[in-house]
Design a protein around this ligand. Structure first.
Ligand code: FES
Length: 183
């Protein structure tokens, strides 16, 4: 072997190994890339969690308060005007006005108003209620609930189903009963 060939062979032997990994092993570049990827994934997940915190998955219930229009618009008797939309009857008597929540106190069905019998009757299990909401038949354990009512400065009746009363004397006085002169 010539001297030049020997030098070449020696230089080749001293050169660093190429940067290729053996099968199943990671190079330093692969390792760094994996690290950055994991970090990026972590920040992405944190950002998503933060966004979810800022915009929580909330179900908004319809308001329990509604404007039932002018008090002067209610004649003697039971108004079913708000039954479908708000599940409330407005009852006007000789002495005042109140709002009955149309929810049977047995299992929650919606009773019907029978003017000829002057009573509310539940179609589910037969509970009957008087005009005042008292139970006169069936399994209902307590009277119908009355909702809080107030009169706005405009003269409109404001009904709040979030505040309820079912028993006298509480239900027969403000804010569950609005005293009025005879119609
Ligand atoms: S739900 Fe009204 S009587 Fe049962």
């Amino acid at each position: 072997m010539s001297e030049a060939t020997e030098k070449s062979t020696a230089a080749h032997a001293a050169a660093p190994a190429p940067k290729t990994a053996a099968p199943g092993q990671m190079t330093r570049g692969d390792f760094l890339w994996a690290g950055w990827s994991m970090l990026a994934a972590f920040f992405a997940a944190s950002a998503a969690a933060g966004a979810r915190y800022l915009f929580p998955n909330v179900t908004y219930e319809p308001s329990q308060i509604f404007n039932a229009g002018p008090v002067s618009g209610y004649d003697l008797g039971v108004s079913t005007k708000w039954l479908n939309e708000h599940r409330v009857w407005i009852v006007r008597t000789e002495t005042g006005l109140y709002a009955l929540w149309a929810r049977c106190t047995h299992l929650g069905c919606t009773p019907n108003w029978f003017p000829d019998q002057n009573r509310f009757k539940c179609p589910c299990h037969g509970s009957n209620y008087t005009l005042a909401g008292d139970v006169i038949a069936g399994p209902a354990p307590i009277p119908l609930w009355r909702a809080k009512i107030t009169v706005a400065s405009t003269g409109d009746l404001i009904v709040d189903k979030g505040v309820l009363a079912d028993q006298p004397p509480k239900r027969d006085q403000p804010p569950f009963f609005l005293p009025l002169a005879s119609a």
